[in-house]
Design a protein around this ligand. Structure first.
Ligand SMILES: C[S@@+](CC[C@H](N)C(=O)[O-])C[C@H]1O[C@@H](n2cnc3c(N)ncnc32)[C@H](O)[C@@H]1O
Length: 229
């Protein structure tokens, strides 16, 4: 191969090493625009609602925010993305902190006036065992691909009697899968483990993790459960 060929050769896909923080999701957090999908190993895909996440809270989000405000306790938003929930809670006077592994999402949250740390939920976090409320919104029960482990970690973060508000799949779902974030150009990030759970599957994993279901509700096609430590 000639030197010219070597220096002008380009990889077919842009290199990406870390899911979320170094793939099309990070780029979407910079631009605020989708579309993006979670591409499954079996070829199927699930849309990621980037534009909704970058917009002000909608009616379903408000159903979460009202429950946070009703308790009046500090809120930890796990996988906060661009931070619409954290920002709104702080604007309404409730202490709230987002955590997210994607730096571009954390920066976007801070630009909106929210507070967020660039850290994994499985890393040491401030206030462990003292959070009154935790959020896993927008499918974040899937983080790590092992919902029982994620729920057990969340239980550790909560104060005794603390509450987790989690979004679940509105249809029947109880699956562990390998996915990649993909954009409209076909650019795919690296594979990672994910999970999709409906309310019944979430309640079962929650019980294994020491959390008790106390409420289920749906708003405009989005479904949620409340779980208490
Ligand atoms: C499905 S998106 C949900 C986005 C979000 N709730 C919003 O409003 O944009 C998943 C989010 O979780 C974050 N994430 C993935 N793994 C994480 C981890 N181990 N700890 C914290 N955040 C994580 C991603 O960076 C991404 O922002």
């Amino acid at each position: 191969m000639s030197l010219l060929q070597t220096t002008t050769a380009r990889p077919a896909v842009r290199p990406a090493t870390r899911p979320w923080s170094d793939d099309p999701f990070a780029e979407a957090m910079r631009t605020g625009r989708g579309p993006l999908w979670l591409r499954r190993a079996d070829g199927g895909r699930h849309q990621l609602d980037v534009e909704r996440w970058c917009a002000p809270p909608d009616a379903a989000d408000r159903s979460l925010l009202l429950r946070c405000l009703a308790t009046g306790h500090p809120v930890l938003d796990i996988g906060c993305g661009p931070g619409r929930l954290v920002t709104e809670l702080l604007a309404r006077g409730l202490p709230a902190l987002g955590v997210d592994i994607t730096r571009a999402a954390v920066l976007r949250t801070r630009r909106l006036g929210g507070a967020a740390l660039c850290r994994s939920v499985f890393d040491p976090l401030p206030g462990e065992g003292r959070w009154g409320t935790a959020l896993l919104a927008d499918g974040n029960l899937g983080i790590g691909g092992d919902p029982t482990a994620l729920l057990a970690r969340t239980a550790e973060l909560l104060a005794p009697g603390g509450m987790l508000l989690a979004e679940v799949e509105p249809g029947e779902a109880d699956e562990r899968l390998t996915v990649r974030v993909e954009d409209a150009t076909g650019w795919c990030g690296p594979p990672f483990r994910w999970a999709r759970l409906d309310a019944t599957a979430a309640a079962r994993c929650a019980a294994e993790a020491g959390l008790t279901e106390c409420e289920r509700w749906t708003v405009r096609g989005r479904a949620f459960v409340a779980l208490r430590r």
